[in-house]
Design a protein around this ligand. Sequence first.
Ligand code: ADP
Ligand code: GLC
Length: 488
Amino acid sequence: MTIHVLSIASEAAPLVKTGGLADVAGALPAAVAAHDVAMTTLLPGYPAVLAAVSGGKGKVKPIHSWPSLLGQPARLVSGTIGGHPLLVLDAPTLFARDGGPYGDATGRDWADNGLRFAAFARAAADIAGGAVRGLHFDIAHAHDWQAALVPAFLRFAPPGAAPPPPSVMTIHNMAFQGFFPASLFAQLGLPDAAWSINGVEYHGGVGFLKAGLDSAWAITTVSPTYAREIRSAEFGMGLDGLIRARGHQVHGIVNGIDTREWNPATDAALASQYTARTLDRRTANKAALAAQFGLQPGPDALFVVISRLTWQKGMDVLLQVIDQLVGLGARLALLGSGDKALEAGFVAAAARHPGRIGVRIGYDEALSHQLQGGGDAILVPSRFEPCGLTQLYGLAYGCVPVVARTGGLADTVIDANPAALAAGAATGVQFNAVTPDALIDAIARTVALHGDAAAWRTIQRAGMKADFSWGRSGKAYADLYNHLLEVR
Ligand code: ADP
Ligand code: GLC
């Protein structure tokens, strides 16, 4: 029997994306479709999303409306995303704004994010609970803090004709928790019983992610190693006790990649397409990339970075060793945006090393493909990384990942130690502590490996052959949904 799942996310590619959550929410419907799961995605009605569902005509026919959704007028609009059903919450007072999904054009969070995403979750709980005629869902699947009140709304629903559906809470990043003042509680319409340590209360305020983790029937996160790490104070960000308490209800399911979007054999963004058997064709991409970033041409190792420029991603550590990287004879092309001090640091490094370091501050989807298709190695020195997608794209593109041994990076890259090299199993380079010394050692090791053309080819090919498509993980989600419906 087909299981109907409502997937609730604040971003989904290709309609709205600030990071990996969008890639995953965008790919999940196709991933589970193979296992008899029909997934509908619910997104907030940001201007770009509404424009996409209206086909540019500006007019859409609502299928449901709320005169007062936590005090705001709202309507529900339907459309498609990647050929799968999409629902959009059109609530103009909350979402019809210029800027990003979470903040204004300068990057400052919207002051009413608590209300915005509480209303989003309230609508989702209504929809999952059967309030919209013609729509039926067996499972509600919430992603990250923006959707994390959904399990709580379902859990504290007043007793009705039908029991609310089971809920799944997926943690894409424990560092973002959605914590708001206690005054928000009165606006949520939850019963007093929900204001409790077993509910939405967290350190005297409203904790969205905390509420979701406490209320969901099952919790997942995006790699097995991160699922273990968040049981510790170092990675749990204050919620490790709750994660430990939920014990065997916490599952690590590694993300896959959308091979329709990320395949070097068909990637239209690349000057030259290639496969594991035609790796020579990457040379043209490398030359184009060097030219685009104002770098000297030639065979020297070309490292790339595609990243949010933040502490999580270890970008401050990379800045500390960037002169040494150049000293090793390597080059670096970096695409990213984030902390202003880090942005300035990388721009200054490029000015110090013309022809050796090229920096592009901003967000550019096509350029991110060109970096993977032309770079020799991608640096991912994250302090923590729930899954990480850029190392997976690197593997698929023969852009060898150089990663910190944490979270999904530990689970998806096989270090080029002597044994793995001899066995032909190595797919990248891992290092342990995110310190300047460990990072520059890993970079030096990579430069040396790159100098051995045969060994490098073997590493590239092993990565390209590894299967990071959604096959197994799509089945893991489907198995979890089935299990919840059996035990309900
Ligand atoms: P996170 O979600 O923590 O930022 P992930 O590795 O899971 O990290 O996902 C990041 C996604 O965003 C990838 O698809 C990556 O290619 C993309 N990305 C990050 N920065 C940029 C950028 N400046 N331009 C284009 N794409 C970017
Ligand atoms: C988060 C994490 C990242 C993960 C992504 C998708 O943004 O930081 O590691 O890959 O979500 O799950």
